[in-house]
Design a protein around this ligand. Sequence first.
Ligand SMILES: [Mg+2]
Length: 318
Amino acid sequence: MSNLKEIKIIVKWSGKEYEISDLSEQDTVALLKHEICKKTNVQPNRQKLLNLKYKGKFPPDDLRLSVLEIKPNFKVMMMGSIEADIEEVSKVPEEEDVIDDFEVTQPFEEQSYDKQDVYLSKVNKRIRDYKIEMKNEPREGKKLLVLDIDYTLFDHRSSAEQGSELMRPFLHEFLTSAYQHYDIVIWSATGMRWIDEKMRLLGVTTNDNYKIMFYLDSSAMISIYTSDHGVIDVKPLGVIWGKYPQYSAKNSIMFDDIRRNFLMNPKAGLRIRPFRQAHLNRATDKELLKLAVYLKDIAEHCEDFTKLDHRKWELYKP
Ligand SMILES: [Mg+2]
């Protein structure tokens, strides 16, 4: 046995985590990339290890890992495509997430999970225990807009030189417009570090035209057992409503590409079209521009959002 310090790194890529443990501090960045390739099939030259930095840049291949002072279980956020994926870009995408969603089965509103004590008590626990780090205080008289990140604002699965290439078009215009009437919350089913990272990557944190009130991560979600789909995690707006009573079903709306996230507040959810394959769709995707108009219209003309049917948002006339 040698005395070399072992290094364990978690690589987060394409929605999954891979443990890279076969490394010591004497190994190089190139070897780290090789190990990542073994686990993920992403070739080293296609790997972008976003938060692995040396003197503010991506570390050179020959740098020893000891120089990077990597903490145990450090999570590296990777962007990159496997060769097969790159060929896939020209084909029709598989909509596995969408089929996995509840579109094909009976509407889940009928199941009334939002009325069941077992789940309401979970929401109450989150209201009590989940610590919100307020970034910008709520403003008097504003409504509430809650936004998912992955596939809603950002295509997290395509590869790119820069995060901004994967940003949904008109994101900043959309947030600027929405901010006039809404306090804005970001809620992603990942960890807070990734939310921070992505918001920085997209330039949301530094834009002067709007402010985000706070972020919620996966630990603010609750798990629900469904007979058709087993256990699923959802995003109950009741967590926010319980902590900030000025918001309620009457003045709140949330956007997500996965409808099941609305299970605890079905009336308040608007399922947006997912933004995928950024490189193909960037030129034509105008979803956020249209949604900005809808948000403005309902804010100015609807006193009670529970009277709206967000499934028909495109037909709304003030
Ligand atoms: Mg999503």
